[in-house]
Design a binder for this molecule. Sequence first.
Ligand SMILES: [Zn+2]
Length: 268
Amino acid sequence: MKYLKLLVVLFLFAACSKNIYKISKKEYHKEAKKLGKSLSKIPQDTLGNKLIKVIKSQNFNLRKPNLIVIHHTAQDSCKQTYRTFALKRTQVSSHYVICDDGSVTQMLNDLVRGWHAGEGRWGKNTDINSVSIGIELDNNGKEPFSEAQTTSLLLLLEKLTKKYKIPYQNIVGHADIAPGRKVDPSGLFPWKKLADNGFGIWFDKEKLKTVVLPLGFNARFALKFIGYNTDNLENAIYSFKLRFNSEEVSETLSEKDKKILFLLMDKI
Ligand SMILES: [Zn+2]
């Protein structure tokens, strides 16, 4: 009897999930149609008390992404993530989801503004969702990232950076753009492997042994130069260490961290 009940629950859950994806697909098309319609218009606007004249040009296309933000889902399965991104009430989404087994799912067109970054800043960019592609890695935040998943990520980065001419420095983590608010991808994420393949920045380990910091080296300036929002310095340091010195994550900079920072500046 217990077994039967479980089967019924599982069946209902599967049917319900199917329905969610059906609704989500329908809403996606509706929203895309609405956007298309709004793009065909140039709304009449004013400047001061004068009307802005409208003469339409025929030479345009859609703006392209110029930044890639990597996340971990903090969920237990890809299925759970698809469901989260398909439901209206969650108000979150991502362009791509890469599962533990390396399979890749696209949930948004690259050219639309996904809702993956939230409040954040990188360099002078204050609206990360408007300029970026979000890639979610199926990972609960405590486990290592699988080989198959990393391989798929590298292939996807290769494809996207080529397609949209995204600079290698513009591949960042959610924690980088939202210090104090986000800690993904976790310290287990293979940033060095990414950099070895030409994505994101990393420092020269050999140089770290011999480098001498210049007199008056300004760590806050260096963090800012790389792209971190340093309004809250401790938070910026935490995010920086999570990525570049994940074995010693804290809110204070050691001599080693400062040297890493100095070497990273050289890479930009
Ligand atoms: Zn995230």
